[in-house]
Design a protein around this ligand. Structure first.
Ligand code: ADP
Length: 397
């Protein structure tokens, strides 16, 4: 090979090596820069992902909350409204960015938000919201509290709690105490009056006996009331459990009317029993089912006229056992059929035909039936009189 050619090749090789060396340096720098920006992009993506996860979590948290939450910014524009708040305040769906005064229609809530936006901490207010009543039935009551959102530089956060159930329980408790006091006051006043008369006035033996009998009747009534109240308290506290055994319905009916035989005979009532063979044996707690049926039969006796008829029946229908107690009494006004199972509910408020009941019997009977996984309801019979039906799950096998 000529020397010139060798020289040229050497120069070319050196140039190629030099270019390669130079280009590899540039590539390394670019790679480093690429790595840095890739890193930054990854960090940004991770942060965005975190923010996204935070936002999703926050949205899930807010939409899962039973409390209503509504947030306004420093200009009073809505920036967050969860589903609960939307429902409670009956708000339109697309209202983010609108001023709260335009969106919220309840004056009390508007005032709360206005005060919070001025930095005031006001005590919560109670707002009856009829708008939200449709789904749950009955008017709803909410406690609304708005607080200034100083941490985010102005704005306010409104939180709404549904307190309707609390108020309802409160009302039931107050009514219950008032009813018990009223039920006790009548016999107590009578007892007191007759005791005073016995102490102050000289009475002949016959009068004395009459007064003592009245006292006896009223104390008996108070005793029954206290006994029924204690039983309801036990049932409410789930302190009674039904221990199910196979029992013969015929024998059960018999034991119930034997308990009441004295009055049945006195009123010349006719008892008719019809037990279909498939319903002859039921699974029930003997004492508790006896008590439930006794309450029904006792009412049938109480509200029947002399010579009336009481029909006790058992049959299987749609896979359930139906125990029925029918009578030939006055029946019940249709409007009261569902309410007679409420505590102290009486059809005849004047108690013109008051047989000395406590007004708690049907309520106890319903509790006892429910303990068996059953239901109870009242109807009027076409031929006149009332009929109460206990429906129980049919025994297996
Ligand atoms: P009470 O101790 O007053 O009988 P209950 O809870 O057993 O209380 O019954 C509630 C009300 O239902 C009674 O006051 C009565 O007005 C009505 N009632 C219950 N059973 C009958 C019936 N067989 N016929 C007519 N009315 C009835």
């Amino acid at each position: 090979m000529p020397t010139e050619l060798l020289t040229i090749l050497a120069i070319a090789a050196a140039a190629i090596v030099g270019v390669w060396a130079g280009s590899s340096m540039v590539t390394r720098r670019a790679q480093e820069a690429d790595a840095r920006s890739a890193n930054a992009a990854n960090q940004l993506a991770a942060r965005l992902h975190e923010l996204d996860t935070d936002r999703t979590r926050m949205a899930a948290l807010l939409s899962g909350m039973v409390e209503g939450v509504l947030v306004v910014d420093g200009d009073g524009r809505l920036c967050l409204v969860n589903d609960a708040a939307r429902q409670m305040l009956n708000l339109e769906t697309d209202l983010l960015g609108r001023h709260y005064v335009e969106a919220v229609r309840q004056p009390g809530v508007v005032q709360q938000l206005g005060a919070a936006l001025k930095g005031e901490h006001r005590p919560p207010i109670e707002v009856p919201l009829d708008a939200a009543s449709g789904t749950t039935g009955g008017p709803r009551i909410f406690r609304a509290q708005a607080t200034p959102a100083s941490a985010t530089g102005g704005g306010a956060v409104l939180v709404l709690h549904d307190i309707s159930d609390l108020r309802r329980v409160d009302r039931v408790r107050r009514d219950f105490v008032a009813n018990v006091s009223h039920e006790l006051r009548t016999p107590l006043t009578a007892v007191r009056g007759y005791v005073e008369a016995l102490m102050e006035e000289p009475l002949d033996p016959l009068q004395r006996k009459k007064f003592l009998e009245v006292i006896d009747r009223h104390t008996g009534r108070m005793e029954r009331l206290v006994r029924d109240l204690l039983r309801l308290a036990r049932l409410d506290a789930h302190q009674e459990i039904a221990e199910l055994h196979p029992i013969e319905v015929g024998a059960l009916f018999r034991s119930v009317w034997t308990d009441l035989s004295e009055r049945i005979e006195k009123q010349k009532l006719h008892i008719e029993v019809l037990v279909d063979p498939p319903a002859a044996v039921i699974d029930a707690d003997p004492t508790k089912m006896h008590d439930a049926l006794r309450n029904l039969v006792e009412n049938a006796v109480n509200y029947s006229d002399e010579g009336g008829r009481i029909e006790l029946g058992a049959r299987v229908e749609d896979g359930r056992v139906l125990l029925t107690v029918g009578d030939s009494g006055p029946g019940l006004p249709d409007a009261d059929l569902g309410r007679v199972f409420e505590r102290f509910y009486r059809v005849d408020k004047s108690r013109a035909r008051d047989p000395g009941g406590t007004g708690l019997g049907l309520s106890i009977a319903r509790h006892l039936v429910v303990l068996h996984g059953g239901r109870i309801h009242a109807e009027n019979r076409k031929e006149g009189g009332a009929i109460f039906t206990i429906s129980l799950p049919h025994r297996k096998g």
